[in-house]
Design a protein around this ligand. Sequence first.
Ligand SMILES: NC(=O)c1ccc[n+]([C@@H]2O[C@H](COP(=O)([O-])OP(=O)(O)OC[C@H]3O[C@@H](n4cnc5c(N)ncnc54)[C@H](OP(=O)(O)O)[C@@H]3O)[C@@H](O)[C@H]2O)c1
Length: 255
Amino acid sequence: MDLFKLDGKVAIVTGAGRGIGRSIAKGLAEAGAHIVICSRTEKELLELKSEIDDAGGSSTVMTCDVTDEENIQQVVDDTVKEFGSIDILVNNAGITKKAPALDYDLDDFKRIIDVNLTSVFVFAQKVGRVMAKQQSGSIINISSIASVQAVTGSIPYTASKGAVAMITRTLAVEWAKYNIRVNAIAPAYIETPLVEEVKKTRTGFAEAVAKRTPMGRMGRPDEMAGAAIFLAGEASSYMTGETLFLDGGWKAYGL
Ligand SMILES: NC(=O)c1ccc[n+]([C@@H]2O[C@H](COP(=O)([O-])OP(=O)(O)OC[C@H]3O[C@@H](n4cnc5c(N)ncnc54)[C@H](OP(=O)(O)O)[C@@H]3O)[C@@H](O)[C@H]2O)c1
């Protein structure tokens, strides 16, 4: 079980206030890492910090907008100043908005690309410079089943997630010489506030997802933590450039 221990490690998790990021932050903390929790909503981060601390873990709140390069640099600098290293980065912050491709608003398209894709590179680059000096680190990007399968009404979302899979592979190859591993987690539909919003745009959405999923249900946010713990530490020491699909069998399903 030592392979799954993260004692003494320092992790940054973006989009940690809600949903998948929140569960991953709690899981990494339970495995022993100190977690720097980031998002724009301080209230949610303070609640999460209390939960982590009450469970015997340790965490630091740093509010951050991942579309703001200076803000990202500040989080990286403050983390190094306070804790001396960054061992794990989870690029999880993400958004979506549904509209038909023929009508998709260009400002919305650019905003989603900024949050879901550009921030993944900018955060990875800034943390990568620290990890390269350390000659160690693990970066985990949250991609999606939408990286390999079309989702109608989600053109910037699918484009961003497909690109995250390629950023993951390219950085993995480029940074292997620094002993930095870069992998991704690609969930299918997970019961989070983001999916609650999607449900409102389509009646019968939850039932349709359950029917299409071999396991017959959506995933729970807490079911994302185990893969993050695996990718963060020694258990996955020879894995890089990979995307793990956590999808209840969605991708395996043909007809
Ligand atoms: N839920 C699913 O079914 C599913 C499936 C596949 C992939 N994913 C991916 O998993 C990740 C998390 O999704 P989720 O479902 O957990 O979403 P969520 O419940 O809506 O949570 C998203 C988190 O991202 C943060 N965030 C959004 N914009 C941000 C910004 N500009 N700067 C910093 N933080 C920002 C939010 O906090 P603030 O708004 O307070 O900043 C929030 O903490 C996303 O990348 C999503 O694409 C989700």
